[in-house]
Write a new protein. Structure first.
Length: 217
């Protein structure tokens, strides 16, 4: 049992994690730009590799449908992983996910989400019981590959979620008003992705009259 716990998840190497982070960023850029080469190239220059954690969290929170699915799946699986591994980071991950779940319920009033997560947790607990009994089953398969599964799931989400990782804003300019996502704020300029047609625009500060964040997007 101790040996099985110690190698749970098959740790990804540093180069592997870096490669996954780069691929995640590129897929997010492609997805939010509707897979337009020129827009993707323009957005690329607004980001650094260090922005990957913010991109991941922004992706997680930007689309409520994705948030629902990820919370329902990740909270029980993370709890199972924390119970089956010696990793010190696992309890912290579970705590953060539970905090996200509480914030999600308070914001969207979807009380069925934690109920469904609890049901899934019971199923996972049953699978964990089978694992402790040294019986072959899905639990052992998931446990040994959980980090790879998380990476693959993250890349799939990055490739399909078209909602950018920053809030939607209503931007009033001297030329008119439109809705868009501010990808970068540079001295004297705003770099904006227009929501309607995903056009990349660079605005001077003196062109912008007002910016209002739209919470329900």
């Amino acid at each position: 049992m101790a040996t099985e716990k110690s190698d749970a998840g098959h740790k990804l190497s540093g180069p592997g994690l870096t490669g996954a982070a780069v691929l995640f960023v590129l897929l997010r850029l492609l997805a939010v730009s509707s897979y337009d080469w020129h827009t993707t190239f323009a957005l690329l220059h607004t980001l650094d590799l260090e922005d990957a954690p913010g991109l991941f969290l922004g992706t997680f929170m930007a689309d409520e449908r994705i948030s629902t699915v990820l919370l329902v799946l990740s909270v029980p699986l993370a709890s199972f992983y924390a119970a089956a591994t010696t990793s010190r980071a696992a309890p912290l991950v579970v705590t953060v996910l539970v905090a996200f779940l509480v914030a999600y319920v308070r914001s969207y009033h979807r009380w069925w989400v934690p109920v469904l997560a609890v049901v899934l947790a019971l199923v996972v607990s049953w699978l964990a019981y089978r694992r402790r009994s040294n019986e072959p089953g899905p639990a052992r398969f998931v446990l040994k590959r959980i980090r790879g599964i998380v990476v693959v799931a993250g890349l799939v989400v990055a490739a399909v979620v078209a909602t950018p990782w920053v809030p939607l804003e209503r931007i009033e300019t001297k030329a008119g008003t439109f809705e868009g996502y501010v990808a970068e704020t540079s001295p004297g300029f705003l770099k904006v992705l227009v929501a309607e047609d995903r056009e990349f625009r660079i605005l001077r500060d003196d062109e912008v009259l007002s910016r209002v964040e739209l919470a329900d997007h």
